[in-house]
Design a protein around this ligand. Structure first.
Ligand code: PHE
Length: 329
């Protein structure tokens, strides 16, 4: 009796384990419990047995039947869960969608403008040179014809590190440093941070300049004008108008200030840079003979260029580093 049970249960158990879909499970259910199913046909065997054995056989068969029912219903439950999961995956995960994009960040707009300016001047034959941000008062003022008593120093007085050293107020000291250490002809572009005691919507206490200068034989103001106009138009656009105004700097003669038009039609101008022919005394200060060498120089405010380029009206946006602002560039 036990043998029959083992055999019967064993083969069906194996079949249940192998089931992969609800459809297969349904087929097996009919095969086992259906009108002409395996259980029914087993019960039919009762007739062949002696009356004493019939009761026992019936009992074993009924238990077996219950056991199979339980196994099968458990399996069906698991299959249903699986099919539901697959359905969810199929419906909700679109495997053809692109992956989650990562934000890589980008260069600060000021860095971008510096790179673009350097690029423009490099193409014109200028070479990049760096100079220190902590400068001696000699290079920042005296060697640039700005002695202690000079009124131009008022505009510039700045953050002193000690009696002799200060945070440079402009990039012009790089002119002296380069002329002292190298022989002309020179074509130099030098970007960097400078510091002044200024703060409002168009001035920052720490900002960027680019110093551009050339020292050679027979350099004239025509070279300055052509270089400047060319550079400004390639950086800001061909439609920009450039205005030259006479000005004064202790280290250039003649000196000019250059404005660029903005808000076209409204005739608005933004001061962009100071420029001029390098003063003969500056050449002498750096050990060059002004009868042999001449030069032009200009220093541009980078933030000013960025403001014109992108139409930004408050210079303080740049160091604020608000992401909503920076993401526009
Ligand atoms: N250094 C001057 C400034 O910061 C600008 C300048 C540079 C003027 C070179 C003339 C020549 O205001």
């Amino acid at each position: 009796m036990e043998e029959i049970r083992e055999l019967f249960l064993g083969t069906i158990k194996e079949k249940i384990e192998k089931l992969k879909t609800l459809e297969e499970a349904e087929k097996l259910r009919v095969n086992v419990f259906g009108r002409n199913g395996m259980i029914k046909s087993k019960f039919k065997e009762i007739k062949k047995l002696s009356p004493e054995k019939r009761a026992e056989f019936g009992k074993v068969l009924n238990n077996t039947k219950r056991e199979i029912e339980l196994l099968l219903s458990e399996k069906i439950k698991r299959l249903k869960e699986m099919e539901k999961q697959n359905e969810i995956i199929e419906k909700t995960v679109d495997l053809t969608l692109p992956g989650a994009r990562r934000s890589f960040g980008r260069l600060h707009p000021i860095t971008q403008v510096i790179q673009e300016c350097v690029d423009v001047f490099s193409k014109m034959g200028f070479e990049v040179v760096e100079a220190p941000e902590i400068e001696t008062s000699y290079y920042n003022f005296k060697a640039l014809n700005t002695p202690e008593w000079h009124p131009a120093r008022d505009l510039h007085d700045t953050f002193y590190v000690d009696d002799e050293r200060l945070l440079r107020t402009h990039t012009s000291p790089v002119q002296i440093r380069t002329m002292e250490s190298r022989k002309p002809p020179l074509r130099i572009v030098s970007p960097g941070r400078v510091y002044r005691k200024d703060y409002d919507s168009s001035h920052l206490p720490a900002f960027f300049q680019i110093e551009v200068f050339a020292v050679d034989r027979d350099i004239s103001i025509a070279d300055l004008k052509a270089t400047l106009e060319n550079a400004i138009k390639s950086i800001l656009g061909k439609d920009k108008r450039v205005r030259f105004r006479p000005h004064y700097f202790p280290f250039t003669e003649p000196s000019i200030e250059v404005d660029v038009s903005f808000l076209e039609g409204k005739n608005r101008w933004l001061e962009l840079l100071g420029a001029g022919m390098i003063h003969p005394q500056i050449l002498r200060n750096a050990g060059l003979d002004p009868n042999e060498w001449q030069g032009f120089a200009f220093g541009m405010g980078i933030e000013r260029i960025a403001m014109l380029k992108y139409g930004i009206d408050d210079i303080r946006e740049f160091p604020r580093n608000y992401l909503g602002f920076l993401k526009n560039f």
